[in-house]
Design a protein around this ligand. Sequence first.
Ligand code: CMC
Length: 392
Amino acid sequence: LGYFTFDPGFMATGSCESSITYIDGDEGVLLHRGYKIADLAEQSDFLEVCYLLLNGELPNAGQKQEFDHAITYHTMVHEQMQFFLRGFRRDAHPMAVMCGLVGAMSAFYHDSTDIHDPQQRMIAAHRLIAKMPTLAAMAYKYSVGQPTVYPSNDLSYAQNFLRMLFAVPCETWKDNPVLSRAMDRILILHADHEQNASTSTVRLSGSSGANPFACIAAGIASLWGPAHGGANEAVLTMLQQIGHKNNIPEFVKRAKDKNDSFRLMGFGHRVYKNYDPRAKVMQDTCREVLGTLGIKDPLLDLAMELERIALEDEYFVDRKLYPNVDFYSGIILRAMGFPTSMFTVLFAVARTVGWISQWKEMIEDPAQKIGRPRQLYTGPVERPFVPLAKRG
Ligand code: CMC
């Protein structure tokens, strides 16, 4: 091939240097800036993890306070976004709405286009982290015909998000600490995952010097697919389709059949060839939330049985296919009151900090170049142009 390597799907291509996230797929290890994901999920909170991803270190008390203020300062979106939102059909998929809304922010925040100013880069990051829950909740409220609930800056990030989603003007909203803690943990678990498809999309779009809001919209588009973030929605649809434990063997058989396009959603990963450490925390959180709410969801039993059967099956064992982060998240989100179509939106809200931290790292890297893969051309060789009148 001469001067380039042919690597479809970038199975063996390192595209950048990064000091943000480390994954050891064989051992099932995920570290952010050196900290274990389980420790962060257990002992930290989402905004602290945002600070860590963006700045490289955990904040001290003063830095934490300053950062919380910097984020809450930006939670509102330009009121004109309401009119933009109203241009969408109410039955549009909220991920389609999010691609549009976040892309549109590039028109509202022109100053962020100055990507070579470190202060503008940081403001763009803060704005994105702050405004994503507001936009996600606006998209949801619009889809169900309820009024927008504006952000409340004296609540935590997770509490504020839940309130904007589920509060209605005719009732007093009450925080359920188990649910807001679970939401915070889910946000942490999705915050970053090194050079996955959507992050690579953000880096690639950003490598041309494009506006960061437009780059994040590109990341949202990539995340939407069922092989990536859309898997959390697809898992729940699959579990509902399986319906009963007795039907599991039939679906496992289909997943193994190479002539059938069906796959076990929430299973397998490009990098993890062991249990996804996020799935473990997610399963524990799932039990905790359902237990507290007193919900007995038959889909949880079904999911656990499906996991048990798949993990004993030679096909899955040989290919090292384990449950990933998306396998249990849908069951928790459903218990919290999220409609299935909002699952991937929640993923996008959480991953925004990862995307923008990776974008920032790329822009600040002196070795940064525009991303420009090559191809193997398989079309015709050069040939003479035939005028329309002479074409058969
Ligand atoms: N069910 C059945 N077979 C599978 C599955 C699955 N979920 N995943 C992989 N395989 C098989 C695949 O058919 C192939 O078999 P063979 O070697 O016989 O051809 C082998 O395992 C390797 O699969 P691959 O498609 O070459 O692996 P990949 O690294 O390109 O794909 C993946 C990774 C995540 C796209 C894939 O495992 C998959 O489609 N999983 C289901 C979707 C899913 O859960 N996605 C969420 C990923 S984690 C969160 C995120 O990234 O957003």
